[in-house]
Design a protein around this ligand. Structure first.
Ligand code: 5GP
Ligand code: MN
Length: 337
């Protein structure tokens, strides 16, 4: 059974639990980190809960200091000890960062704690026991903060700082069109609770390692391409470039923004090889040309203005050609009206 619940209902549900396991999506970004570690902090400090976050792969280096300790794995028996799994910012089961041992989907149903799915992705298809899925909300961290505020207890500064991190990063520091008046109201409430903006901004925007800056300079110099009168901008990251600068996309949350800052561009794409697949990131900066439907059409997902796809069974040239074709359709179709 799967049901949609409101924010106050989710708050009431969390208050009934003693042990909560928090999971988020693979390659966690600022919102994944912010929503989950903010909730861990809040549940521990304000609800007397035993709350843990499991991250099987290390999070981006820039958030390491803010996060502190976290679990990297649990056995299925340990997972079964939890009363509830709280899944944050994750649109589908395949993207849950849990590692095989913790995988709540493959665990036998009887030993699987029920799941509360809190997310803001259109097309979320997790179908947990309880679901708070609100695509109009800018960040999962905003939803987490609203759930906590519904419990009517003071928010710890650390939790407020984590949720501010998620809101700031998922709105591109309030530059993206997902920034609404309710986003700013929750942000104001978090600042009133002592959220540390300096700490958030320094971690998210002013902590780039030198090797990353040099990696980005060479990427733009050698790989950046424009098409369709400069309305589409894209780059492929060759394996050799990652190796040359010892750079990993785990820390690459902001790389695609370098492409879309170019004047006149509407859609940006960045793609690279990952094992036997290609990982594609897509961004739009014009609501007339959303990239979410394009991504979903190719088996990916995300938001209208920020989406991603994992493509299998293709080589680099085929990926480039496929994206050119699909982006042309998005730009062209809308051009005629
Ligand atoms: P990013 O480009 O930052 O990796 O992801 C942008 C958005 O697209 C995120 O909200 C993420 O949920 C979604 N996304 C990224 N990669 C994939 C993917 O391989 N599959 C699906 N379904 N969604 C993705
Ligand atoms: Mn998010």
């Amino acid at each position: 059974m799967s049901e949609a619940v409101s924010i106050p209902e989710a708050a009431a549900l969390l208050l009934e639990q003693k042990r909560i396991l928090i999971l988020t999506h693979e390659r966690p970004d600022g919102d994944a980190i912010g929503s989950s570690f903010g909730m861990r902090e809040f549940l521990r400090q304000c609800c007397g809960c035993e709350a843990e976050v499991v991250l099987p792969a290390p999070p981006p280096e820039r958030y390491q200091e803010l996060i502190g300790e976290y679990k990297t794995t649990l056995t299925p028996e340990e997972v079964a000890q939890y009363d509830l799994i709280l899944l944050l910012d994750c649109a589908n089961c395949e993207r849950i960062a849990c590692g095989p041992a913790v995988d709540p989907v493959s665990l036998p149903e009887l030993s699987r704690p029920p799941m509360l799915n809190v997310d803001h992705h259109k097309g979320n298809n997790v179908n947990a026991r309880w679901n708070v899925v609100m695509p109009q909300i800018a960040a999962a961290s905003q939803l987490a903060a609203e759930i906590a505020m519904a419990m009517k207890r003071p928010l710890p500064e650390r939790a407020a700082t984590f949720w501010l991190l998620g809101i700031v990063t998922d709105t591109g520091a309030f530059r993206f069109s997902n920034t609404l008046s309710n986003t700013l109201r929750v942000t104001a409430d978090l600042l009133d609770c002592g959220a540390n903006l300096e700490c958030v901004v320094n971690a998210a925007y002013y902590s780039k390692p030198l090797n990353q800056q040099k990696f980005e300079a060479e990427l733009l110099e050698t790989q950046e391409k424009l098409a369709f009168d400069g309305r589409y901008i894209y780059a492929y990251i060759p394996d050799e470039l990652f190796a040359k600068y010892d750079f990993d996309m785990r820390d690459g949350e902001g790389v695609i923004d370098l492409l879309r800052e170019v004047a006149g561009t509407k859609i940006a794409a960045l793609y690279y090889r990952k094992g036997d697949c290609f990982k594609v990131s897509l961004r739009s900066k014009d609501q007339r040309y959303p990239v979410g439907p394009l991504a979903r059409g190719l088996g990916g997902g995300g938001h209208d203005m920020a989406a991603g796809i994992t493509l299998r069974g293709m080589d680099q040239k085929q990926v480039e050609a496929l994206l050119l074709e699909k982006v042309a359709a998005v730009l062209g179709e809308r051009e005629e009206d």
